[in-house]
Ligand binder design. Structure first.
Ligand code: FPP
Length: 245
């Protein structure tokens, strides 16, 4: 299909990644470059999220995980934190309205307890109400940190041992995984970071052990379907060996 006179990047629809995870970065720089306040970048980023989530559902990506707010993002100015929380609320309200027809399951990774009460309730209700859907699952990392997730899992396992529910010798990678926010979700195959930085920033540390990474200079608000196809094509061109030969 033509794309502004150029050819679309071809992807093999029979070898799509099952799970794509995205660090939605570059919103602030996108806004700055346009002389706009940073929250305007997040608003544009929320629109991009919709576009990309819709595309993933349409092509048949089973799991999409996005990093919406990290345990470190509380350090940002109150105005920016409030703007992000407001966008999440607005987006989730719209998502609930669409859920019936799109049949998307939403799951939140992260400790929701410090969030504004209205948002927390909305997240919990969205997760509970969409639990019956399974065609496509969108995981939203909110007040999420990879190290925090690992420490919480270790504490929960230790607590289960202390009350006799588990024994330390039982611990395996599979059992440990069941204590993570992501329990039941296959590991990401492809982790995408737009925005030009090439680091993990405490995202899915355990789960991305064998993920393929894709970095691009495109800022998240400008990231479109063609950018996603390029990322998928790059993923499909790599040989995944999982430690084998
Ligand atoms: C990183 O860009 C982005 C964030 C910390 C927030 C992402 C949040 C959204 C896109 C809003 C809503 C989300 C959903 C799921 C609807 P940055 O601010 O670090 O950008 P910079 O590195 O250019 O400053």
């Amino acid at each position: 299909m033509a794309l502004f006179g150029k050819k679309e990047t071809a992807i093999d629809m029979t070898r799509l990644p099952r799970h794509i995870a995205i660090i939605m970065d570059g919103n602030g720089r996108w806004a700055k470059a346009k002389g706009l306040p940073r929250p305007a970048g997040h608003a544009a980023g929320a629109e991009t999220f919709r576009t990309i989530a819709t595309y993933c559902r349409e092509v048949g990506i089973k799991y999409l995980t996005v990093y919406a707010f990290s345990t470190e993002n509380w350090k940002r100015p109150l105005e920016e934190v409030s703007a992000i929380m407001g966008l999440l609320k607005k987006y989730l309200m719209e998502a609930i309205a669409d859920m019936e027809k799109e049949k998307v399951r939403f799951v939140f990774f992260g400790d929701l307890s410090p969030l504004p009460e209205e948002l927390r309730t909305l997240c919990e209700e969205t997760q509970a109400r969409s639990a019956r859907y399974g065609q496509c699952q969108v995981n939203i990392c909110l007040n999420y940190g990879g190290r925090d997730e690992l420490v919480r899992a270790a504490k929960a396992f230790a607590a289960d041992c202390a009350r006799g529910k588990r024994r330390p010798e039982e611990l395996s990678e599979t059992l440990f995984s069941s204590y993570l926010w992501s329990h039941g979700v296959p590991d990401p195959d492809l982790v995408i970071r737009p925005g030009g930085e090439e680091r993990i920033s405490n995202f899915l540390l355990w789960q991305s052990a064998y993920a393929e990474y894709y970095f691009t200079d495109v800022n998240w608000p400008d990231f479109g379907r063609e950018d996603l196809r390029k990322a998928i094509a790059a993923y499909q061109s790599r040989g995944r060996r999982f430690g084998g030969i």
